[in-house]
Write a protein that binds this ligand. Structure first.
Ligand SMILES: Nc1ncnc2c1ncn2[C@@H]1O[C@H](COP(=O)(O)OP(=O)(O)OP(=O)(O)O)[C@@H](O)[C@H]1O
Ligand SMILES: [Mg+2]
Length: 285
């Protein structure tokens, strides 16, 4: 069975999509086979890997997957050692949302399809789910499919508040009701300025630790003991422009990663810490 990692924060613009994509590239560069599932009807993750004209009318993507219909794994060839695949969202999904066509009954919709689909279970080591910035069905599918959850955030007050709400109000329910032994790997800082020092990170880690300690024991032991990832992805100007680039390049993110040794190193340290957190999971006592 592949490990399913869900990247989530109901606060918008905290770096979910960018982190999902970079983790996919980082894990595949290490030789792992990675399947990305774009659960956001805004299709931002898909647009980083597939030409926008091919996303205008998707009928075999993540929503079809949740509806028990035929879905397609699109191969993404960006020269990584491991295989990278994508189950896309389409620009037409927004209309489905508007017309109330997103099935909302089964929180396990994606979980079941992953478990039952040999093309996924045989071929992939990791599944990474990018979720939308609100708590509606596609986010719930991602949360209930997860073996591991990562919460990306920047250092803005509202993003940190979003993280705390997620930890206090949402994740305890997911931990209690999930059919999986889901574990929260921690909060990951992305898109932050280099002006912050270790002192800021230590304070944030301590504040998060105190916050998680208020949760009941069976819940808090599913949170990694050091809630803040030590690896960070700083603000890179090239990543900032990314949403405007698919119009010019088919694989805009690969181009950015290929051209920035600094970003590649950050992604590599992030992936190393991620793997270490998964293989030596130690919950908060
Ligand atoms: N490390 C970074 N450096 C510069 N810009 C970044 C970085 N990470 C993310 N961004 C930019 O910040 C914005 C938000 O990032 P992203 O789309 O990944 O967040 P998100 O949480 O997926 O947003 P949404 O909630 O809308 O889905 C995007 O314009 C993205 O290009
Ligand atoms: Mg996003």
């Amino acid at each position: 069975m592949p490990n399913v990692i869900t990247v989530t924060n109901q606060k918008g613009g905290t770096g979910k999509t960018t982190l999902s994509a970079l983790l996919g590239i980082g894990l595949a560069s290490k030789g792992y086979n990675v399947l990305l599932i774009d659960l956001d009807p805004q299709a931002h993750l898909s647009s980083l890997f597939v030409k926008i004209t091919n996303l205008e009318n998707v009928s075999d993507g993540a929503i079809e997957m949740a509806q028990d219909l035929r879905f397609n794994i699109r191969p993404i060839n960006i020269g990584t050692r491991g295989r990278l695949g994508l189950i896309a969202s389409g620009l037409n999904y927004i209309i489905k949302v508007y017309r109330g066509m997103i099935p909302s009954t089964d929180p396990y919709a994606i979980y079941k399809r992953i478990e039952r689909e040999p093309a996924i279970t045989r071929n992939y080591d990791y599944v990474i789910c990018d979720t939308p910035p609100e708590l509606f069905p596609p986010t719930i599918w991602g949360l209930f499919a997860a073996d591991y959850i990562i919460i990306p955030s920047n250092l803005e007050e509202l993003s940190i508040l979003g993280t705390k709400l997620l930890i206090k109000e949402v994740l305890p329910e997911v931990i209690m009701y999930s059919k999986k032994n889901v574990r929260v790997l921690g909060m990951a800082l992305i898109n932050i300025s280099k002006k912050y020092g270790q002192d800021t990170f230590n304070k944030l880690n301590d504040a998060l630790t105190r916050f998680i300690r208020n949760l009941p024991v069976p819940v808090r032991e599913r949170f990694y003991a050091r809630p803040l990832f030590q690896a960070r992805i700083h603000r890179h100007e090239e990543l900032k422009d990314l949403p405007y680039r698919p119009r010019r390049w088919e694989l805009p993110l690969k181009r950015v990663v290929d051209r920035s040794a600094e970003l590649r190193i950050e992604v590599q340290s992030f992936v190393d810490e991620l793997i270490s957190r998964m293989s030596n999971f130690a919950g908060l006592q």
